[in-house]
Design a protein around this ligand. Structure first.
Ligand code: 4AZ
Length: 458
């Protein structure tokens, strides 16, 4: 198969700073206004010291990606009174959701899995845990239970025993209206629960723990449907600031596939989880992307865009100094953009040139993979074509282009370069910015007046 990997350098300047969506106020720092759980009430609850989790298989814990890398850390299955009564295990392997922090929201897809060193015993004699796979569940107003063993006070000590509290489910529309901040912060991968008046909520230290809908089975047993992972919120139990959870139904497939086929879980339900189809089985071409991060892996994201400028794959990196390998399936005879970005602007070289991470692209056709050191500043773009694909799409203006001007520091392609008579636009496109012509930063806008690399594609 004929193909090419063409390299197009895109080093860009981004003036915007990133802010995190999490806002903490002083608060008691645990499940707020909950009640003590009785021993055995939530046998699947896993105490993780600064976080909580849910035992979804004898050897798999589901919790929150923002809790960080738990590899080698001890966790307490069936935690009730601190570590009394618990089965202590080690998180042998940790996998955060590859979609965590993607889609332009730092709290998106806040899921992670841990494979335990030894399976734990599951007591499902009274409470059976299921993962919710229906987006229509939970309905508005349905009472849910959030469980946690966060701190009694900011910074500790731990709650004397596991706490739980009932909170009603909200629709995402209701949630967005509850506080102006929530309008853009709430995505489809999230679920909100709480009262208008606040008062009952999860809080710091409860992160990663379960939000369940408890249903009676009629024979004295209960089914607990896991609908969310404690993720974030503005303060705790404040009026009009419900708790926000990662919505389980959005990632049930990933949770199951990863547990069974990547982590090799011994769960009985793995028999029903089919292995994902390989690219070749789908008549597509595998592009193997390897990324080795620097010390600040969480600043780096990468994606693959198709010729319609749709992102067909997006991945946020989490770990420091680790290599991840991902296979993205590409259509034959098509061109794509591989775009790797660093939100801090130091490429993958956080501790200077010696410390750079790297990435490699392998289109799996016998040619040498393209390997590069990650010393781009904010972003680098590489064109990847399969078969007879021709890279004829014009790159977008770089959204990070912000021309420095003392009087008006925000001069973008759209509001400055593209405004005025054709002659004026041409003049601005020929100006230089950081050693490169403005037409380099604004290819689309300058292409319209016949300048730069998009001139010929019109
Ligand atoms: C946290 O920081 C956190 N009120 C978790 C849940 C909530 C707020 C903060 C919800 O882990």
């Amino acid at each position: 198969m004929v193909f090419m990997i063409k390299s197009v350098l895109v080093s860009v300047l981004m003036a915007a700073t990133t802010t995190t969506a999490k806002v903490h106020y002083d608060n008691p720092g645990r499940i707020i206004n909950g009640t003590d759980a009785e021993p055995g009430d939530y046998p699947y609850y896993v105490g993780m010291v600064y976080c909580g989790g849910t035992l979804i298989a004898p050897d798999i814990v589901l919790f929150a990606a923002h809790c960080g890398d738990y590899t080698g850390k001890q966790v307490h299955v069936g935690d009730w009174k601190t570590t009394e009564f618990s089965q202590d295990r080690i998180c042998a392997e940790w996998i955060p959701d590859p979609l965590y922090q993607t889609g332009g929201n730092l709290e998106n897809y806040d899921f992670a899995l841990c494979k335990l060193d030894e399976p734990a015993l599951i007591d499902d004699s009274k409470f059976i845990l299921e993962l919710n796979n229906k987006d229509a569940v939970p309905k508005q107003g349905v009472n849910l239970i959030v469980i946690g063993a966060g701190y009694i006070a900011e910074g500790g000590p731990l709650a004397g025993s596991l706490q739980s509290v009932k909170v009603p489910a909200m629709t995402n529309d209701q949630c967005k209206q509850s506080d102006p901040y929530y309008e853009n912060a709430i995505t489809d991968s999230m679920l909100c629960a709480g009262y208008d008046e606040g008062e009952k909520d999860a809080c710091q230290g409860d992160s990663g723990g379960p939000l369940v809908r408890r249903k009676k089975n009629g024979d004295g047993t209960f089914t607990d449907i896991h609908v969310g992972v404690v993720s974030w919120g503005i303060g705790c139990a404040l009026a009009n600031n419900p708790g926000v959870y990662a919505r389980t139904s959005k990632r049930t497939d990933w949770i199951r596939e990863t547990s069974c086929h990547t982590l090799g879980s011994s769960a009985s339900w793995c028999d029903d989880v089919p292995a994902p189809l390989s690219c070749t089985e789908q008549s597509l071409i595998p592009l193997i992307v390897k990324v080795t991060t620097d010390n600040f892996g969480d600043e780096t994201t990468w994606r693959v865009r198709d010729s319609n400028k749709e992102d067909i794959f997006e991945r946020a990196c989490q770990n420091a100094l680790t290599e991840t390998e991902t296979t993205v399936c590409l259509k034959p005879d098509e061109c794509y953009h591989f775009i790797i970005e660093d939100r801090y602007g130091d490429g993958m070289c956080s501790e200077g040139p010696e410390s750079c991470g790297s990435y490699s692209l392998d289109l799996n056709n016998g040619e040498e993979p393209l390997t590069e050191i990650g010393d781009f500043s904010f972003a680098r773009m590489i064109v990847v074509c399969t078969g007879d694909g021709v890279p004829e799409f014009c790159p977008d203006d770089l959204e990070w282009f912000q021309f420095n001007d003392k009087n008006d520091p925000i001069q973008t392609c759209e509001n400055w370069v593209g405004v005025g008579k054709k002659k004026e636009i041409k003049k601005k496109c020929r100006m230089k910015y950081y050693g490169k012509k403005v037409s380099f930063w604004c290819p689309d806008t300058c292409g319209e007046v016949g300048l730069g690399k998009c001139a010929s594609s019109r």
